[in-house]
Design a protein around this ligand. Structure first.
Ligand SMILES: Nc1ncnc2c1ncn2[C@@H]1O[C@H](COP(=O)(O)OP(=O)(O)O)[C@@H](O)[C@H]1O
Ligand SMILES: [Mg+2]
Length: 452
Protein backbone atom coordinates (compact mmCIF):
# COMPACT_ATOMS: atom_id res chain seq x y z
CA UNK A 1 0.00 0.00 0.00
CA UNK A 2 1.35 3.42 -0.94
CA UNK A 3 0.45 6.71 0.75
CA UNK A 4 0.15 8.42 4.10
CA UNK A 5 -2.50 6.71 6.15
CA UNK A 6 -3.83 9.90 7.74
CA UNK A 7 -5.17 11.06 4.37
CA UNK A 8 -6.01 7.71 2.79
CA UNK A 9 -9.40 7.28 1.15
CA UNK A 10 -11.27 4.14 2.22
CA UNK A 11 -11.51 2.78 -1.34
CA UNK A 12 -7.73 2.88 -1.68
CA UNK A 13 -7.26 1.26 1.72
CA UNK A 14 -9.59 -1.57 0.66
CA UNK A 15 -7.87 -1.99 -2.73
CA UNK A 16 -10.97 -0.86 -4.61
CA UNK A 17 -11.25 1.34 -7.70
CA UNK A 18 -9.45 4.66 -7.26
CA UNK A 19 -10.90 7.66 -9.11
CA UNK A 20 -10.12 11.39 -8.96
CA UNK A 21 -12.63 11.54 -6.11
CA UNK A 22 -10.07 9.70 -3.97
CA UNK A 23 -7.94 12.85 -4.11
CA UNK A 24 -10.93 14.86 -2.94
CA UNK A 25 -11.12 12.64 0.14
CA UNK A 26 -7.44 13.33 0.85
CA UNK A 27 -8.08 17.03 0.36
CA UNK A 28 -10.92 16.75 2.88
CA UNK A 29 -8.58 15.11 5.38
CA UNK A 30 -6.05 17.91 4.88
CA UNK A 31 -8.66 20.64 5.26
CA UNK A 32 -9.87 18.87 8.38
CA UNK A 33 -6.38 19.02 9.84
CA UNK A 34 -5.99 22.69 8.90
CA UNK A 35 -9.22 23.56 10.68
CA UNK A 36 -8.97 21.21 13.67
CA UNK A 37 -5.24 20.97 14.28
CA UNK A 38 -5.38 17.18 13.86
CA UNK A 39 -6.30 14.77 11.07
CA UNK A 40 -9.79 13.25 11.09
CA UNK A 41 -8.53 9.93 12.46
CA UNK A 42 -5.67 9.27 14.81
CA UNK A 43 -4.52 5.99 16.32
CA UNK A 44 -1.58 4.08 17.68
CA UNK A 45 -0.69 2.46 14.36
CA UNK A 46 -1.56 2.46 10.66
CA UNK A 47 -4.05 -0.37 10.98
CA UNK A 48 -6.06 1.50 13.61
CA UNK A 49 -6.14 4.62 11.43
CA UNK A 50 -7.07 2.79 8.23
CA UNK A 51 -9.82 0.95 10.06
CA UNK A 52 -11.40 4.28 10.96
CA UNK A 53 -11.15 5.60 7.40
CA UNK A 54 -13.16 2.58 6.35
CA UNK A 55 -15.69 2.34 9.18
CA UNK A 56 -15.87 5.41 11.40
CA UNK A 57 -17.65 8.67 10.61
CA UNK A 58 -15.39 11.65 11.40
CA UNK A 59 -16.22 13.91 14.33
CA UNK A 60 -17.64 17.23 13.08
CA UNK A 61 -14.87 19.88 12.76
CA UNK A 62 -16.78 22.32 14.98
CA UNK A 63 -16.36 19.88 17.83
CA UNK A 64 -12.64 20.66 17.72
CA UNK A 65 -12.90 24.23 16.52
CA UNK A 66 -16.20 25.99 17.21
CA UNK A 67 -15.07 28.84 14.95
CA UNK A 68 -15.27 26.69 11.80
CA UNK A 69 -17.97 28.21 9.54
CA UNK A 70 -20.94 25.93 8.85
CA UNK A 71 -20.40 25.99 5.09
CA UNK A 72 -16.79 24.86 5.50
CA UNK A 73 -17.80 22.14 7.92
CA UNK A 74 -20.37 20.69 5.58
CA UNK A 75 -17.91 20.80 2.66
CA UNK A 76 -15.27 18.93 4.70
CA UNK A 77 -17.80 16.34 5.80
CA UNK A 78 -18.90 15.79 2.18
CA UNK A 79 -15.27 15.41 1.07
CA UNK A 80 -14.80 12.78 3.77
CA UNK A 81 -17.78 10.65 2.69
CA UNK A 82 -16.86 6.95 2.65
CA UNK A 83 -18.77 6.41 -0.59
CA UNK A 84 -16.99 8.30 -3.42
CA UNK A 85 -20.29 9.02 -5.18
CA UNK A 86 -21.42 11.05 -2.13
CA UNK A 87 -18.42 13.41 -2.44
CA UNK A 88 -18.39 16.56 -4.59
CA UNK A 89 -18.12 15.68 -8.28
CA UNK A 90 -14.90 17.52 -9.08
CA UNK A 91 -12.18 19.79 -7.78
CA UNK A 92 -13.92 22.64 -9.62
CA UNK A 93 -17.06 22.03 -7.53
CA UNK A 94 -14.95 22.12 -4.39
CA UNK A 95 -13.49 25.46 -5.43
CA UNK A 96 -16.95 26.93 -5.92
CA UNK A 97 -18.01 25.66 -2.50
CA UNK A 98 -14.85 27.04 -0.89
CA UNK A 99 -15.39 30.46 -2.41
CA UNK A 100 -18.80 30.72 -0.83
CA UNK A 101 -17.42 30.09 2.68
CA UNK A 102 -17.44 33.36 4.56
CA UNK A 103 -13.97 33.62 6.05
CA UNK A 104 -13.15 36.63 8.14
CA UNK A 105 -9.61 37.77 8.56
CA UNK A 106 -8.23 38.82 11.85
CA UNK A 107 -7.06 42.36 11.73
CA UNK A 108 -5.50 44.76 14.12
CA UNK A 109 -5.90 48.50 13.72
CA UNK A 110 -5.18 51.54 15.84
CA UNK A 111 -4.17 51.33 19.51
CA UNK A 112 -0.67 52.66 18.76
CA UNK A 113 -0.28 54.58 22.02
CA UNK A 114 -1.72 51.73 24.10
CA UNK A 115 0.55 49.16 22.47
CA UNK A 116 3.55 51.43 23.05
CA UNK A 117 2.60 51.77 26.69
CA UNK A 118 2.40 47.99 27.12
CA UNK A 119 5.69 47.42 25.32
CA UNK A 120 7.49 49.93 27.45
CA UNK A 121 6.02 48.43 30.63
CA UNK A 122 7.46 45.10 29.53
CA UNK A 123 10.78 46.74 28.70
CA UNK A 124 11.07 48.02 32.23
CA UNK A 125 10.19 44.55 33.47
CA UNK A 126 13.25 43.29 31.61
CA UNK A 127 15.45 45.49 33.74
CA UNK A 128 13.94 43.85 36.82
CA UNK A 129 11.41 46.46 37.85
CA UNK A 130 8.30 44.34 37.62
CA UNK A 131 5.13 45.95 36.34
CA UNK A 132 1.41 45.67 36.76
CA UNK A 133 -0.97 46.94 34.10
CA UNK A 134 -4.75 46.87 34.05
CA UNK A 135 -6.33 46.78 30.59
CA UNK A 136 -9.81 48.14 30.95
CA UNK A 137 -12.88 48.44 28.75
CA UNK A 138 -16.29 47.14 27.75
CA UNK A 139 -16.87 43.66 26.25
CA UNK A 140 -15.57 43.34 22.69
CA UNK A 141 -13.45 46.48 22.86
CA UNK A 142 -10.21 44.56 22.32
CA UNK A 143 -8.71 43.73 25.73
CA UNK A 144 -7.82 40.14 24.84
CA UNK A 145 -6.56 41.19 21.43
CA UNK A 146 -4.17 43.84 22.74
CA UNK A 147 -2.88 41.29 25.27
CA UNK A 148 -2.18 38.95 22.33
CA UNK A 149 -0.17 41.72 20.70
CA UNK A 150 1.83 42.15 23.88
CA UNK A 151 2.37 38.39 24.14
CA UNK A 152 3.88 38.38 20.65
CA UNK A 153 6.26 41.16 21.65
CA UNK A 154 7.19 39.27 24.82
CA UNK A 155 8.05 36.16 22.78
CA UNK A 156 10.20 38.24 20.44
CA UNK A 157 12.10 39.58 23.42
CA UNK A 158 12.75 36.11 24.80
CA UNK A 159 10.04 36.12 27.44
CA UNK A 160 7.26 33.71 28.21
CA UNK A 161 3.54 34.38 28.54
CA UNK A 162 1.23 32.50 30.90
CA UNK A 163 -2.51 33.07 30.85
CA UNK A 164 -5.40 32.45 33.13
CA UNK A 165 -9.09 33.30 32.92
CA UNK A 166 -11.79 34.16 35.39
CA UNK A 167 -15.21 32.80 34.58
CA UNK A 168 -18.67 34.22 35.02
CA UNK A 169 -20.52 33.57 38.20
CA UNK A 170 -22.38 30.30 37.97
CA UNK A 171 -19.78 28.50 35.86
CA UNK A 172 -17.95 25.80 37.72
CA UNK A 173 -14.81 27.37 39.09
CA UNK A 174 -12.07 26.80 41.65
CA UNK A 175 -10.47 29.30 43.97
CA UNK A 176 -7.44 31.00 42.40
CA UNK A 177 -8.42 29.54 39.01
CA UNK A 178 -6.65 32.10 36.77
CA UNK A 179 -3.39 31.59 38.68
CA UNK A 180 -3.93 27.84 38.58
CA UNK A 181 -4.38 27.93 34.80
CA UNK A 182 -1.35 30.11 34.28
CA UNK A 183 0.91 28.01 36.52
CA UNK A 184 -0.43 24.70 35.21
CA UNK A 185 0.75 25.39 31.65
CA UNK A 186 4.18 26.26 33.01
CA UNK A 187 4.36 23.21 35.30
CA UNK A 188 3.43 20.84 32.49
CA UNK A 189 6.15 21.95 30.12
CA UNK A 190 9.02 22.65 32.49
CA UNK A 191 11.90 20.22 33.01
CA UNK A 192 11.17 18.51 36.32
CA UNK A 193 14.54 19.23 37.97
CA UNK A 194 14.26 22.89 37.11
CA UNK A 195 10.69 22.90 38.29
CA UNK A 196 11.68 21.39 41.59
CA UNK A 197 14.29 24.07 42.10
CA UNK A 198 11.87 26.87 41.21
CA UNK A 199 9.15 25.54 43.51
CA UNK A 200 11.57 25.09 46.36
CA UNK A 201 10.03 24.48 49.74
CA UNK A 202 6.71 25.85 48.49
CA UNK A 203 6.07 22.79 46.29
CA UNK A 204 3.63 21.30 48.78
CA UNK A 205 1.59 24.48 48.94
CA UNK A 206 1.52 25.08 45.19
CA UNK A 207 0.55 21.43 44.69
CA UNK A 208 -2.56 22.09 46.78
CA UNK A 209 -4.00 24.19 43.98
CA UNK A 210 -2.05 22.93 40.94
CA UNK A 211 -2.39 19.16 41.27
CA UNK A 212 -0.11 18.56 38.25
CA UNK A 213 2.83 19.57 40.44
CA UNK A 214 2.49 16.20 42.17
CA UNK A 215 3.00 14.34 38.88
CA UNK A 216 6.15 16.28 38.08
CA UNK A 217 8.02 16.56 41.39
CA UNK A 218 7.97 14.73 44.68
CA UNK A 219 5.87 16.58 47.19
CA UNK A 220 6.06 16.15 50.93
CA UNK A 221 2.63 15.51 52.40
CA UNK A 222 1.64 17.97 55.12
CA UNK A 223 -1.30 17.95 57.51
CA UNK A 224 -3.56 20.96 57.10
CA UNK A 225 -2.96 23.40 59.94
CA UNK A 226 -4.47 26.73 60.84
CA UNK A 227 -6.53 27.89 57.86
CA UNK A 228 -5.29 31.47 57.92
CA UNK A 229 -1.66 30.36 58.14
CA UNK A 230 -2.11 27.85 55.33
CA UNK A 231 -3.61 30.54 53.17
CA UNK A 232 -0.71 32.87 53.79
CA UNK A 233 1.83 30.13 53.02
CA UNK A 234 0.05 29.43 49.76
CA UNK A 235 0.20 33.09 48.69
CA UNK A 236 3.86 33.25 49.62
CA UNK A 237 4.74 29.98 47.87
CA UNK A 238 3.02 31.05 44.65
CA UNK A 239 4.83 34.40 44.80
CA UNK A 240 8.22 32.72 45.33
CA UNK A 241 7.56 30.27 42.53
CA UNK A 242 6.66 32.99 40.02
CA UNK A 243 9.65 35.08 41.06
CA UNK A 244 12.00 32.13 40.69
CA UNK A 245 10.51 31.22 37.32
CA UNK A 246 10.95 34.80 36.14
CA UNK A 247 14.62 34.65 36.93
CA UNK A 248 15.00 31.98 34.23
CA UNK A 249 13.13 33.96 31.57
CA UNK A 250 11.07 37.14 31.82
CA UNK A 251 7.45 36.28 32.50
CA UNK A 252 4.21 37.91 31.44
CA UNK A 253 1.16 36.71 33.33
CA UNK A 254 -2.19 37.66 31.83
CA UNK A 255 -5.19 37.40 34.13
CA UNK A 256 -8.31 37.81 32.06
CA UNK A 257 -11.68 39.16 33.09
CA UNK A 258 -10.90 40.04 36.68
CA UNK A 259 -14.41 41.46 37.13
CA UNK A 260 -15.33 37.77 37.58
CA UNK A 261 -12.47 36.96 39.98
CA UNK A 262 -13.06 35.20 43.27
CA UNK A 263 -11.80 36.72 46.53
CA UNK A 264 -8.83 34.32 46.65
CA UNK A 265 -7.62 35.34 43.20
CA UNK A 266 -7.76 39.02 44.10
CA UNK A 267 -5.79 38.42 47.30
CA UNK A 268 -3.23 36.40 45.39
CA UNK A 269 -2.94 39.13 42.77
CA UNK A 270 -2.36 41.75 45.45
CA UNK A 271 0.19 39.56 47.21
CA UNK A 272 2.20 38.77 44.08
CA UNK A 273 2.02 42.39 42.90
CA UNK A 274 3.43 43.69 46.16
CA UNK A 275 6.47 41.41 45.79
CA UNK A 276 7.27 42.18 42.19
CA UNK A 277 10.12 44.56 42.63
CA UNK A 278 13.43 43.15 41.45
CA UNK A 279 11.67 40.44 39.41
CA UNK A 280 11.35 40.20 35.65
CA UNK A 281 7.65 39.64 36.12
CA UNK A 282 4.90 41.59 34.39
CA UNK A 283 1.27 41.11 35.34
CA UNK A 284 -1.51 42.26 33.08
CA UNK A 285 -5.09 42.07 34.28
CA UNK A 286 -8.14 42.79 32.15
CA UNK A 287 -11.59 43.79 33.32
CA UNK A 288 -14.79 45.49 32.22
CA UNK A 289 -15.03 48.79 34.01
CA UNK A 290 -18.77 48.89 33.36
CA UNK A 291 -19.17 45.95 35.74
CA UNK A 292 -17.02 47.24 38.58
CA UNK A 293 -18.82 49.68 40.83
CA UNK A 294 -17.64 50.70 44.27
CA UNK A 295 -19.22 47.67 45.96
CA UNK A 296 -17.46 45.22 43.62
CA UNK A 297 -14.68 43.18 45.31
CA UNK A 298 -12.24 44.16 42.54
CA UNK A 299 -12.74 47.80 43.37
CA UNK A 300 -11.13 47.41 46.81
CA UNK A 301 -8.19 45.47 45.37
CA UNK A 302 -7.66 48.11 42.69
CA UNK A 303 -7.55 50.82 45.33
CA UNK A 304 -4.64 48.92 46.94
CA UNK A 305 -2.88 48.14 43.69
CA UNK A 306 -3.03 51.74 42.47
CA UNK A 307 -0.73 52.72 45.31
CA UNK A 308 2.05 50.48 43.97
CA UNK A 309 4.76 52.40 42.11
CA UNK A 310 4.74 50.04 39.11
CA UNK A 311 0.96 50.21 38.53
CA UNK A 312 -0.50 51.59 35.31
CA UNK A 313 -3.72 51.42 33.38
CA UNK A 314 -4.61 51.10 29.71
CA UNK A 315 -8.09 52.33 28.98
CA UNK A 316 -9.58 51.04 25.72
CA UNK A 317 -12.38 53.02 24.14
CA UNK A 318 -14.04 52.76 20.72
CA UNK A 319 -11.98 52.95 17.52
CA UNK A 320 -12.18 56.20 15.57
CA UNK A 321 -14.15 56.39 12.32
CA UNK A 322 -10.85 56.33 10.41
CA UNK A 323 -9.81 53.18 12.19
CA UNK A 324 -13.20 51.57 11.56
CA UNK A 325 -12.76 52.37 7.87
CA UNK A 326 -9.35 50.73 7.89
CA UNK A 327 -10.69 47.72 9.76
CA UNK A 328 -13.56 47.30 7.29
CA UNK A 329 -11.19 47.57 4.33
CA UNK A 330 -8.88 44.96 5.82
CA UNK A 331 -11.69 42.53 6.64
CA UNK A 332 -13.44 42.84 3.31
CA UNK A 333 -10.35 43.38 1.19
CA UNK A 334 -11.85 46.33 -0.63
CA UNK A 335 -11.99 50.09 -0.43
CA UNK A 336 -14.75 51.15 1.91
CA UNK A 337 -16.51 54.43 1.17
CA UNK A 338 -16.29 56.97 3.97
CA UNK A 339 -20.07 57.14 4.31
CA UNK A 340 -20.35 53.46 5.01
CA UNK A 341 -17.45 53.52 7.49
CA UNK A 342 -19.00 56.44 9.28
CA UNK A 343 -22.37 54.72 9.48
CA UNK A 344 -20.78 51.60 10.93
CA UNK A 345 -18.79 53.73 13.34
CA UNK A 346 -21.92 55.49 14.52
CA UNK A 347 -23.88 52.29 15.11
CA UNK A 348 -21.05 50.43 16.79
CA UNK A 349 -19.38 53.30 18.63
CA UNK A 350 -16.15 51.85 17.27
CA UNK A 351 -16.42 48.63 19.26
CA UNK A 352 -14.36 46.18 17.12
CA UNK A 353 -16.49 43.17 18.01
CA UNK A 354 -19.63 45.02 16.90
CA UNK A 355 -17.86 46.08 13.70
CA UNK A 356 -17.04 42.45 12.93
CA UNK A 357 -20.57 41.37 13.69
CA UNK A 358 -21.94 44.00 11.35
CA UNK A 359 -19.72 42.72 8.52
CA UNK A 360 -20.84 39.17 9.18
CA UNK A 361 -24.41 40.28 9.16
CA UNK A 362 -24.01 42.05 5.81
CA UNK A 363 -22.36 38.93 4.32
CA UNK A 364 -24.87 36.51 5.75
CA UNK A 365 -27.80 38.61 4.58
CA UNK A 366 -26.27 38.59 1.10
CA UNK A 367 -25.89 42.38 1.12
CA UNK A 368 -22.25 41.94 0.27
CA UNK A 369 -20.96 38.79 -1.39
CA UNK A 370 -17.72 37.14 -2.32
CA UNK A 371 -16.81 37.62 -5.92
CA UNK A 372 -13.48 36.44 -7.32
CA UNK A 373 -12.05 36.29 -3.82
CA UNK A 374 -13.26 39.78 -2.86
CA UNK A 375 -16.32 41.00 -1.08
CA UNK A 376 -18.59 43.35 -3.02
CA UNK A 377 -22.00 44.86 -2.42
CA UNK A 378 -24.68 42.88 -4.26
CA UNK A 379 -27.01 45.73 -5.05
CA UNK A 380 -27.20 49.48 -5.24
CA UNK A 381 -29.20 49.65 -2.03
CA UNK A 382 -27.18 51.76 0.34
CA UNK A 383 -25.37 49.46 2.74
CA UNK A 384 -25.46 52.18 5.34
CA UNK A 385 -29.25 51.84 5.41
CA UNK A 386 -29.01 48.11 6.08
CA UNK A 387 -26.79 48.22 9.12
CA UNK A 388 -28.63 47.09 12.19
CA UNK A 389 -28.39 49.20 15.31
CA UNK A 390 -25.93 47.81 17.79
CA UNK A 391 -24.87 44.29 18.56
CA UNK A 392 -28.07 43.33 20.29
CA UNK A 393 -29.89 43.92 17.06
CA UNK A 394 -27.31 42.00 15.01
CA UNK A 395 -27.57 39.00 17.27
CA UNK A 396 -31.34 39.36 17.44
CA UNK A 397 -31.52 39.22 13.65
CA UNK A 398 -29.36 36.12 13.58
CA UNK A 399 -31.49 34.40 16.19
CA UNK A 400 -34.66 35.31 14.35
CA UNK A 401 -33.53 33.15 11.43
CA UNK A 402 -33.51 30.08 13.66
CA UNK A 403 -36.64 28.08 14.48
CA UNK A 404 -38.64 28.81 17.64
CA UNK A 405 -37.60 25.49 19.05
CA UNK A 406 -33.95 26.24 18.41
CA UNK A 407 -34.28 29.61 20.13
CA UNK A 408 -35.97 28.03 23.09
CA UNK A 409 -33.18 25.45 23.46
CA UNK A 410 -30.58 28.21 23.20
CA UNK A 411 -32.26 30.21 25.95
CA UNK A 412 -32.24 27.17 28.20
CA UNK A 413 -28.57 26.52 27.39
CA UNK A 414 -27.73 30.13 28.19
CA UNK A 415 -29.35 29.78 31.59
CA UNK A 416 -27.38 26.59 32.36
CA UNK A 417 -24.17 28.52 31.88
CA UNK A 418 -21.28 29.48 29.70
CA UNK A 419 -20.45 25.84 29.08
CA UNK A 420 -23.15 23.25 29.18
CA UNK A 421 -23.55 19.56 28.91
CA UNK A 422 -25.88 18.03 26.31
CA UNK A 423 -27.39 15.59 28.79
CA UNK A 424 -28.31 18.32 31.20
CA UNK A 425 -29.64 20.49 28.41
CA UNK A 426 -31.65 17.58 27.01
CA UNK A 427 -33.23 16.85 30.34
CA UNK A 428 -33.99 20.46 31.20
CA UNK A 429 -35.30 21.28 27.75
CA UNK A 430 -37.85 18.55 27.34
CA UNK A 431 -37.38 15.40 29.29
CA UNK A 432 -35.06 12.51 28.40
CA UNK A 433 -35.54 12.41 24.62
CA UNK A 434 -35.06 16.02 23.71
CA UNK A 435 -31.85 16.74 21.83
CA UNK A 436 -30.99 20.16 20.59
CA UNK A 437 -31.40 20.28 16.84
CA UNK A 438 -28.41 20.26 14.54
CA UNK A 439 -25.71 19.65 17.07
CA UNK A 440 -23.68 16.71 18.27
CA UNK A 441 -21.19 18.53 20.41
CA UNK A 442 -20.69 17.52 23.96
CA UNK A 443 -19.81 20.83 25.43
CA UNK A 444 -19.85 23.73 23.04
CA UNK A 445 -19.12 27.28 24.04
CA UNK A 446 -22.33 29.19 24.25
CA UNK A 447 -21.52 31.37 21.23
CA UNK A 448 -18.71 33.21 19.53
CA UNK A 449 -19.94 36.43 21.05
CA UNK A 450 -18.14 38.68 23.50
CA UNK A 451 -16.05 36.73 25.92
CA UNK A 452 -14.93 39.53 28.03
N1 LIG B 1 -7.63 46.90 17.37
C1 LIG B 1 -8.37 45.99 16.74
N2 LIG B 1 -8.40 45.92 15.39
C2 LIG B 1 -9.14 45.00 14.78
N3 LIG B 1 -9.91 44.09 15.40
C3 LIG B 1 -9.93 44.10 16.73
C4 LIG B 1 -9.17 45.05 17.47
N4 LIG B 1 -9.41 44.84 18.78
C5 LIG B 1 -10.26 43.80 18.85
N5 LIG B 1 -10.57 43.35 17.64
C6 LIG B 1 -11.49 42.24 17.34
O1 LIG B 1 -12.67 42.42 18.10
C7 LIG B 1 -13.10 41.21 18.71
C8 LIG B 1 -13.24 41.41 20.21
O2 LIG B 1 -11.97 41.67 20.76
P1 LIG B 1 -11.53 41.08 22.16
O3 LIG B 1 -10.08 41.36 22.29
O4 LIG B 1 -11.96 39.66 22.29
O5 LIG B 1 -12.37 41.97 23.14
P2 LIG B 1 -12.50 41.90 24.72
O6 LIG B 1 -11.45 40.95 25.23
O7 LIG B 1 -12.28 43.31 25.18
O8 LIG B 1 -13.89 41.45 24.99
C9 LIG B 1 -12.06 40.17 18.37
O9 LIG B 1 -12.59 39.32 17.37
C10 LIG B 1 -10.89 40.93 17.83
O10 LIG B 1 -10.25 40.25 16.78
MG1 LIG C 1 -11.58 39.17 26.35
Amino acid sequence: MVGTVSYMPPEQAMGGEVTPRADLYSLGAMLYEMVCGRPPFVGDDSVAIIGQHINTPPVAPTWHNPGCPTALESLIMRLLEKDPSERPKSAADVLVALESVPIYRHTFVGREAEVRQLHSAFDSTLSGEGSLVMVVGEPGIGKTTICDQLATYVTLRGGKTLRGNCYEEGSPSLPYLPFVEAMRSYVLERDSDELKRELGSGATDVARIVSEVRDRVEVEPREPGDAEQDRYRLLQSVTDFLRNASSVQPLLIILEDLHDADRGTLDMLAHVARSQSGARLMIVGTYRDVEVDRSHPLSGTLADLRRLPNFSRVLLRGLSADEVQRMLSLITDREIPWGLAEAVHRQTEGNPLFVQEVVRYLVEEGLIAREGGQLRPTSDVSLAMSIPEGLRDVIGKRLSRLSDECNRVQSTAAVIGREFNMDVLGRVAEGPDARPPGSNRRSPRSSSGPDG
